[in-house]
Design a protein around this ligand. Sequence first.
Ligand SMILES: [Zn+2]
Length: 250
Amino acid sequence: MGRVWFGVYRINLKAMVTVIVLAAFIYTAYVYAMGRIATETISAMSWAVSNQVIVVDPGHGGPDGGASGPSGTLEKDLNLAVAQKLSLVLSQAGAAVVMTRETDEDLSSEGKSIRERKKEDMQNRAKLAIDSKADLYIGIQANSFGTEWTGAQTFYKASSAKGEVLAKAIQGELRRTLKNTERKAKPLAETSSYILRTLDIPTAIVEVGFISNPKEEKLLNDPAYQQRIAWGIYAGIVKYFAGPKDDLGQ
Ligand SMILES: [Zn+2]
């Protein structure tokens, strides 16, 4: 009896291993194929951004470093690195990109208090978006809160239906591209942001991750990871322009 049982057990074990290996293989192939399809879908839809005027605004700059990470990463540098990668991929798809800054500077004049400089800086960023008759505004920021929290998150103006569609599209693509967060797009009160209050165009503010988390700070400094963030934001913008945003009646 023991031999029969042993035999059956061996066969089952072998079959089980085969099934597991096969399932793992099929799953890997499926994930790879879906990734390819998703990337090709975005590429095929890239026409949607051509000729759109898109403001890309890397937060902070110059004397205003923004938040800083445990290893000394400055938010202003991180924001600029991601914004430059986003600008490149948008331009390649035919969008007219307006960067609020290309270097380590802010948009204010010398000889003013920090508070006054910040105010002038924000006013000039918003003015640039208005003067360029932009179709879209994308703010690039980094989060800072304790050492445990992680993940990119996109925000929109609570009263803007189009902004909500845009932010949700970007957040969805960031989740899919980065595969390390389940965060959802969230509304922001207009009072909390001069840009949101001032601009009427669809607006998304992307917090690319938590600079205050040592692991995520390291990740955010990796140019390949920055490229993936830029791709996720880009894919969301493409989906926004290609999608049925007007059905919301705003
Ligand atoms: Zn910031």
